[in-house]
Write a protein that binds this ligand. Structure first.
Ligand SMILES: Cc1ncc(COP(=O)(O)O)c(C=O)c1O
Length: 430
């Protein structure tokens, strides 16, 4: 191939800004290896009988780190939402308010619990639930609200709490992105009746798959035990046996998570330092804006570094072309990380399976969620957290790649999305 100049965009065949590897994720070392081997040799691999020893020890440490009295390990961060809603006493057919911009599981878990998800638009500056929009959706069937602490921030828990108190709603925090985050000094997952976390591979702590529910309510804990352990009563529980799933976590997973929890605070520090350098650089780039991080977020968890893109300062490029060009420069990133949930193909109402949801939609169609739509389809750019686990060199490479795309944007303006996709595939085949 002819000599390509470093100034030419990599999407058009130029040399990428970065070709060296990024910090590896999941972060792992001899500590995880030793823990897995010890669990393997111990022989009690599974989750039965509940509580299994390592999962129980890990859950105690996780609850303490998040200022909750209890935590219970489960199979993943979807079933954790499902059983938490049930254990909180949210009834079948009840409406549950969820943000319109999140992973589908936040809403589908409500459906699995027999409830009806109702989508509230997001705050355009934080991308977390807009509590004013949520209040407008409260009906006499609403029983719960699920704020999601999205990407790199924490939903406004004070406003959520005030709304919940006013309308007697239960609060379930979806903390799938927010391990270790604190709001006004107190751990996420401890502000509502329950909190739900995911340990899926991309998350800030991982055992490949896994989840956990935090709560300080003994009755909720008893019900959770039954729901995840085939209905069996927790020893000494006041709550009766119930119909339950097997949603237990294995001790092999818990062994890894104990080590991962020990790494969390140091990783937060590294990411925070690099994120503040990246935020400062973004402030100086025309057409990019940082998400607003509330002062009450006293410990920030950065699952994805998200910024907002405005095409005017990039020769009119749309967000998806910008993302393709940035990725070609060697920066892993995503634009359509989440859909606006009312538009998601993964959440089509099926009247036979979800009659209560279909009836709600027939009664009151989903309101417009313009902020979620703008974020999902035109504005948000997501960078995975491990890009911030390196040094200033990694941050400076991200910034240089963004500036290079900005300088060369005119060369991409006007391309059809099919042509951008062809260029993207050609680049990744090289
Ligand atoms: C906001 C949110 N909620 C829930 C989940 C579900 O977690 P899991 O993948 O462990 O089922 C995820 C996972 O990506 C998530 O991002």
């Amino acid at each position: 191939m002819a000599n390509r100049s470093a100034a030419e965009l990599a999407l058009l065949g130029g040399t990428p800004v970065r070709s060296s590897p990024w910090p590896q994720w999941p972060a792992r070392g001899p500590e995880e290896e030793r823990a897995v081997i010890a669990a393997l040799r111990h022989g009690d691999w599974g989750g039965f009988p509940l509580p299994n020893e390592r999962a129980a020890t890990f859950a105690r440490a996780f609850a303490e780190r998040h200022d909750s009295a209890h935590a219970l390990c489960v199979a993943n961060g979807t079933v954790s939402l499902e059983v938490a809603l049930q254990a909180m006493g949210v009834e079948p057919g009840a409406e549950v308010i969820v943000p319109a911009y999140t992973f589908e599981a936040t809403a589908s878990a409500a459906l699995f619990a027999g409830c009806v998800p109702v989508f509230a638009d997001i705050d355009p500056d934080t991308y977390c639930i807009d509590v004013g929009a949520a209040e407008a959706l409260v009906t006499d069937r609403t029983q719960a609200i699920v704020p999601v602490h999205l990407a790199m921030t924490v939903a406004d828990l004070d406003s959520v709490g005030a709304l919940a108190e006013k309308h007697e709603l239960a609060v379930l925090e979806d903390c799938a992105h927010a391990h270790g985050a604190r709001w006004r000094g107190r751990g996420v997952g401890s502000w509502g009746e329950a909190g739900s976390f995911s340990f899926q591979s991309s998350k800030l702590m991982t055992s490949g798959e896994g989840g956990i529910v935090t709560t300080s309510d003994d009755v909720i804990l008893d019900r959770l035990h039954a729901l995840v352990n085939c209905g069996r009563q927790r020893p000494g529980a006041a709550e009766p046996a119930a119909i339950g799933h097997n949603y237990r976590m294995t001790d092999l997973q818990a062994a890894v998570l104990e080590v991962q929890l020990g790494r969390l605070d140091r990783q937060h520090e590294i990411r925070a330092r690099n994120a503040s350098r990246l935020r400062a650089a973004i402030e100086d780039i025309a057409g990019l804006t940082n998400l607003r991080i509330d002062d009450r977020v006293t410990t920030q968890a950065i699952y994805q570094f998200v910024f907002r893109f405005e095409s005017g300062a990039f020769a009119g490029l749309d967000r998806d072309t910008f993302v393709a060009a940035l990725e070609a420069e060697g920066v892993p990133c995503d634009g359509r990380f989440y859909e606006s949930l009312p538009a998601s193909e993964l959440l089509r109402p099926d009247p036979a399976r979800y009659p209560a949801w279909s009836a709600t939609l027939a009664r009151s169609p989903v309101p417009d969620c313009p902020n979620a739509e703008r974020a999902a389809y035109r504005e948000a750019v997501w960078l995975p957290h491990q890009l911030l686990l390196g040094t200033t060199t990694e941050v400076d490479d991200i910034v240089e790649a963004v500036l290079k795309v900005q300088r060369g944007a005119a060369g991409l303006a006007g391309l059809e999305s099919a042509e951008v996709e062809r260029l993207r595939l050609a680049r990744s085949a090289r």
